[in-house]
Ligand binder design. Structure first.
Ligand SMILES: [Zn+2]
Length: 161
């Protein structure tokens, strides 16, 4: 009896779906911190703008409120952008994720034997996060190494420090 193949169905999330809440490295104590942001809102009646981002560290109590522009790409020139916690180098390239659900999505994708796509996958209208994963991550021969890297990263969140 052959084992049932593990299926993966792309839920169609784009990177913005996960980027709203990230795990980052605290700029003060270097431990794990949470970074949240929301899209820009118009100024209120007094011309003030709502805070656009917030970095909170439970280890040292740092709380940074940001009002500056935020770009959805992690490769931004904005120097106030925090460093992602979930990133590690493999022999093939850098593996990174915004948060644990993002990391789990990558893990499910890499571990799956059958990868199913939404109908619009190839239309070019919308590139999902999964569709943007680098080729080396999708390669079967790298699967074990990528999964090990994913599990290493996950362990740093479950038992930080
Ligand atoms: Zn801290």
């Amino acid at each position: 009896m052959s084992p049932t193949p593990v299926r993966f169905y792309d839920p169609g999330h784009t990177s913005g779906h996960f980027a709203a809440s990230m795990l980052v490295r605290c700029p003060r104590c270097d431990r794990i911190a949470h970074f949240e942001h929301r899209p820009s809102a118009p100024p209120d009646a007094n011309g003030r703008r709502e805070p656009r981002s917030r970095l909170v560290c439970r280890s040292c109590g740092l709380c940074q409120i940001g009002t500056g522009a935020y770009r959805s790409s992690r490769y931004t020139s904005d120097c106030s952008y925090p460093t992602l916690w979930l990133q590690t180098d493999t022999r093939h390239g850098e593996l990174w994720a915004y948060n644990l659900p993002h990391l789990d999505l990558i893990r499910r994708f890499v571990a799956a034997d059958l990868r199913e796509r939404a109908p619009w996958y190839d239309t070019g209208r919308k590139k999902t996060l999964v569709a943007r994963l680098p080729v080396w991550m999708k390669s079967a021969k790298n699967r074990d190494e990528v999964l090990r890297a994913v599990d290493r990263l996950r362990a740093t969140v479950i038992a930080p420090g």
